[in-house]
Design a binder for this molecule. Sequence first.
Ligand code: FMN
Length: 362
Amino acid sequence: MELFRPVSIGTLKLDGNLFLAPVAGYTDRSFRSLCAEQGACFSFTELVSAEALCRNFGRYGIYPEDFTRSRGVPSECPDAENKKKREIHSSAVSLIRRGEKEKRYAIQLFAGESESIYKAVCLLSSMRPDAIDINAGCPVQKVVKNGAGSALMKNPSKLGKVVEEAVRASDECLGGIPVTIKIRSGWDSKSLNYDECARIAVEAGASMISLHPRTRTQGYGGKSDWSYIANLVTRLPVPVTGSGDLYSPEDAQHMLTETGCAAVMFARGAIGNPFIFSQTRSLLQTGSCEEASFSARIETALRHLEMLSADIGERTACLEMRKQFCAYTKGMKGGAALREKAVHAGTIEEYRKITFEYQELI
Ligand SMILES: Cc1cc2nc3c(=O)[nH]c(=O)nc-3n(C[C@H](O)[C@H](O)[C@H](O)COP(=O)(O)O)c2cc1C
C-alpha cells in the first residue's frame, strides 16, 4: 500500500493523510492556510472551550440569525466595542474561521460536560467546518480541573457521552459532519486506557481517533510510544491518526510504516516549518525531498506576518510573530543575530527591513 494515500473519515473524503495537529497558540487560520498551501490535507484549530463559546459566541464572530433578528447585534460586535475588545474578538475569530487556502478543517472543542458540547457544536454551523474534534488530551490544569481535556480519559463513560452529544448536534445542526476525538495513552502509567476510551468513543459515533501516545503525566516530555498507535490500528474499525515526535519527513515515514496508521499529524515539527508537508509528500512518493531555502523560509515568515496582521491587527501580529520567527529561522546561518533584531520589531516594515539586510549579508 502507498504510504501517501487518501483517507475517509466517515463521510469526509480527504486526498491525503498528512495532517496539521491542533497546537494552541500556533494553529490559527493564517498558519493553517500556509500549511494547506504546502500540502496539509486536513488541519485542526487549537482547542476552544465549548462553554466559552456558548457564553460568548459573538466574540468568535458567530451571530445566529434568530439572535440578531430578535435582540440586535450582540455586545461583542467588533464595531460596537473599544480597541482592546476588538483585538480579543479578532483573535478569537481567527482561531475558528476557515483559512483562505484551507480546504478541509476541523474545529476542536473541549468540555467537561456533554450539555455545553451539544450547544457549542450547534453554534458552529455558520463556520461550516468539515469535522468537529473533541479534545481528550490537554494536560493543562485549568482545563483538567473542570473534567475536560485528558481528564475525560479518567471517566470513559463521560467521554462517550460527550462524543454522543457532539454527534447528535452535528446530525441535527451541521448536516452530520464527522465527529473525531484526540486522546492520549492515559492519565498516567498506571492507567493506560487509550484502547477502552477509543472503543467507547467509536461506539458513541466517533469517525476517527487521533492518538498522542504520551500520558497526561508525561505532558510533552519523554518519548511517545508508537506501539500504542500500532495496537489501536488493529483494534478499531475507524481510521487512527498518529501523533507524537514527528519532526521530519522521515519520522512521518517511519510512523506510517511501523504503526500502519491511516494518517499522521505534525505538531511541533510544523511550527515555523510548513514546508514539512510538501517535503513529506515528496519523500513518500518519490523517495527524496529537498530542504527549504533560507529565502523561502524568510519569504514565508513575512507572508505569515502579513496574513496574521490582516486578521488580528499589525501591532498584535508583530508581537505574536516573535515566537514564530524564531522557529522559521532556527538553524539558519546568522539566525541568532536576525532573531535578536526581530524581537524588537514592532511593524511589518521593520520585519521587512531586518530580513532584507540579513539576505544582503549572507
Ligand atoms: C504548545 C502546544 C500546544 C498544543 N495544543 C494542543 C491543542 O490545542 N489540542 C490538542 O489536541 N493537542 C494540542 N497539543 C498536542 C499536539 O497536537 C501533539 O499531539 C503533541 O505535541 C505531540 O506531537 P509532537 O511530539 O510531534 O509535537 C499541543 C502541543 C503543544 C506542544
